[in-house]
Design a binder for this molecule. Structure first.
Ligand SMILES: Cc1cc2nc3c(=O)[nH]c(=O)nc-3n(C[C@H](O)[C@H](O)[C@H](O)COP(=O)(O)OP(=O)(O)OC[C@H]3O[C@@H](n4cnc5c(N)ncnc54)[C@H](O)[C@@H]3O)c2cc1C
Length: 430
């Protein structure tokens, strides 16, 4: 956001509580982020940083067991299903790849880029409050032992899952359906060839389904040698203590013996890190003199690696409304209506996609393979979620889920995940 605003000549200040670089979860991007990098003239730097190019995604199930058997035409089972981003053209995205990133490095590069474009950046400064009153809001923080405050025409909350203003303004609504936890680390010398059907698939993101309800593993290349591996599960499955969590990691991985075998041969090079209880929405994404962007505004399960790209696109949309407000002098919530409605449409689609994915479970791969749905699914996977109010492929997936749900004798009934499609309807209205 600071890069967008500074590039447009707006005077802005960033307060970041950590000293960068710092590690962060969320390492695999989707192609809609390319539009932002282009807007900000940041693509040459992404290339120069030599982040692994991400050309697509693969979903795997245990190839020793047939994942499912049925007789629906076109919906064939497969244990290793892949898709390439360049199978569908995207307006404004002229690259056939996106990136996997070391977030320490990537986030530092973006912060420095904003600074270079003219934004003032303070890292190591934690915002303690924002006072909204009849006049301009005042952002409060400490410098050493001194309490300070600056006034600004507008405040943008980009505080991530810390949800700083969402908490202060009591906007946060916890998600009752998705209450996932994750445990993850980096591994050196993990042999990515083991799961690659083709040489060209080596640097895809891999999503490995586990035979534990609503549980999966991510495999994300960080460099030629280093791979990020994480297990995502539901709260009810997750262990309480740190020690038990590591055991949980290894026992989950052990449900896919080939993954365990490959991982045991690799070296863990970072401590395990866990992330908990992380899905929520906000009652509003904008107010008078304030907008919420990225995770500060919404978070849902990271199954489609959309978080960073959505955060980037929040700023792509919201900075226009902010510049509009600066021009008219009207900073009331209605000035940010375009941003708020665009984001709500996008995150509703994204949320519905995730919900139907968890319900479809391994059957999701059938949609990826079916030519009738493949490109529409790909559009969502590319991060293009903002333009349709209800993408037809989601309606189709939901109808199929509902048909299978209603019929206990249906060949696919036993393969549905246990997150219900009713939750889908209720939660989507947040
Ligand atoms: C388990 C898991 C896996 C994920 N995998 C992926 C993935 O593969 N791909 C993907 O795109 N996304 C993924 N995500 C999501 C991704 O991490 C986020 O969507 C993304 O980082 C959001 O960016 P952001 O800028 O909104 O927030 P952040 O990147 O979290 O940045 C917020 C910043 O605000 C700072 N801050 C917070 N409070 C204050 C304060 N009071 N004062 C000053 N500074 C403050 C923080 O220090 C932080 O640097 C994953 C998330 C989880 C939990």
């Amino acid at each position: 956001m600071a890069a967008y605003l500074a590039k447009a000549g707006v005077s802005c200040v960033v307060f970041e509580r950590e000293l960068f670089p710092r590690p962060h979860v969320g390492e695999s991007l989707v192609p809609s982020s390319t539009r932002v990098f282009k807007d900000l003239d940041f693509l040459p730097q992404m290339e120069a940083a030599k982040f692994p190019h991400k050309y697509g995604a693969v979903w795997t199930t245990d190839d020793k067991k047939t994942p499912y058997v049925h007789d629906l035409e076109g919906l064939a089972p497969d244990c290793n299903v892949d898709i390439r981003f360049d199978e569908r053209q995207q307006v404004g995205v002229d690259k056939n790849h996106t990136y996997h990133v070391d977030r320490g490095k990537f986030d530092l590069m973006l912060l420095q880029h904003a600074n270079k474009l003219g934004a003032t950046v303070y890292d190591g400064i934690k915002v303690s409050a924002v006072d909204f009153g009849p006049k301009e809001p005042i952002v409060r923080f400490h410098m050493g032992s001194k309490e300070m405050g600056v006034s600004a025409k507008m405040v943008v909350d980009a505080s991530g899952r810390n949800t700083f203003l969402g908490n202060q303004m009591k906007l946060k609504v916890q998600d009752t359906v998705f209450d996932q936890y994750a445990i993850h680390s980096w591994f050196d010398s993990y042999d990515r060839k083991v799961f690659a059907k083709r040489e060209t698939n080596l640097d895809y993101i891999y999503i490995h389904f586990l035979p534990i309800s609503n549980t999966w593993i991510w495999q994300i290349p960080i460099s030629d040698d280093v791979t990020s591996i994480g297990v995502v599960t539901q709260k009810k499955n997750f262990a309480k203590s740190k020690e038990d969590r590591e055991k949980f990691f290894w026992s989950s991985v052990g449900t896919r013996p080939m993954i365990e075998e490959t991982l045991r041969k690799a070296n863990r090079i970072r401590p395990f890190k866990d992330e908990g209880d992380y899905s929520y929405a906000m009652k509003q994404l904008a107010g008078d003199r304030v907008v919420l962007v990225g995770d500060a505004g919404r978070f849902v399960d990271p199954i489609f690696s959309t978080g960073v790209s959505i955060a980037l696109n929040c700023s792509r949309f919201a900075h226009k409304d902010i510049i509009g407000a600066l021009e008219t002098g009207n900073f009331s919530r209605e000035s940010f209506e375009t941003y708020e409605s665009t984001l709500k449409r996008g995150t509703k689609n994204w949320y519905n996609f995730i919900t139907v994915y968890y319900r479809l479970n391994v059957l999701f791969t059938a949609f990826v393979q079916d030519p009738r749905y493949r490109l529409d699914v790909l559009k969502l996977l590319q991060g293009d979620v903002y333009d349709d109010a209800e993408p037809p492929v989601l309606t189709r997936m939901r109808n199929i889920v509902q048909q299978v749900e209603k019929d206990p004798n249906h060949a696919l009934h036993g393969f549905l995940g246990d997150l219900t499609a009713d939750a889908f309807v209720e939660a989507a209205s947040v």
